[in-house]
Design a protein around this ligand. Structure first.
Ligand code: FES
Length: 102
């Protein structure tokens, strides 16, 4: 198995019964997941960046929320427009995007 350089967990408010229903979901978190997937494909980073959707992190007021490992960087209030910056600055230059961090 290839060990990714970055592993991104994005809250889509996924419930234990499989339903996606909650704050991050209502704030277009699925579009954010799709934007991450599109950037991975366009930049050919499929071996380096892995994305998974998750359930609630318990900080819904800051949603949509994403956590990036190995650093444990938390991003909040994300929009689709923020995603290319995370790739440019964090994944390609190694500098987490401070103004998106929570
Ligand atoms: S629903 Fe996303 S943090 Fe709660």
């Amino acid at each position: 198995m290839v060990q990714p350089k970055y592993h991104v967990f994005i809250c889509t408010s996924c419930r234990i019964n499989g339903q996606q229903k909650g704050v991050c979901f209502q704030k277009d978190a699925l579009d954010i997941v799709r934007a991450f997937m599109d950037e991975i494909e366009e930049r050919e980073l499929s071996g380096e960046v892995v994305v998974n959707n998750t359930g609630c992190f318990g900080i819904c007021e800051k949603g949509p929320v994403a956590v990036v490992y190995p650093e444990g960087v938390w991003y909040g209030n994300l929009t689709v427009e923020d995603v290319p910056r995370i790739f440019d600055e964090h994944f390609e230059q190694g500098k987490p995007v401070e103004d998106l961090m929570i």
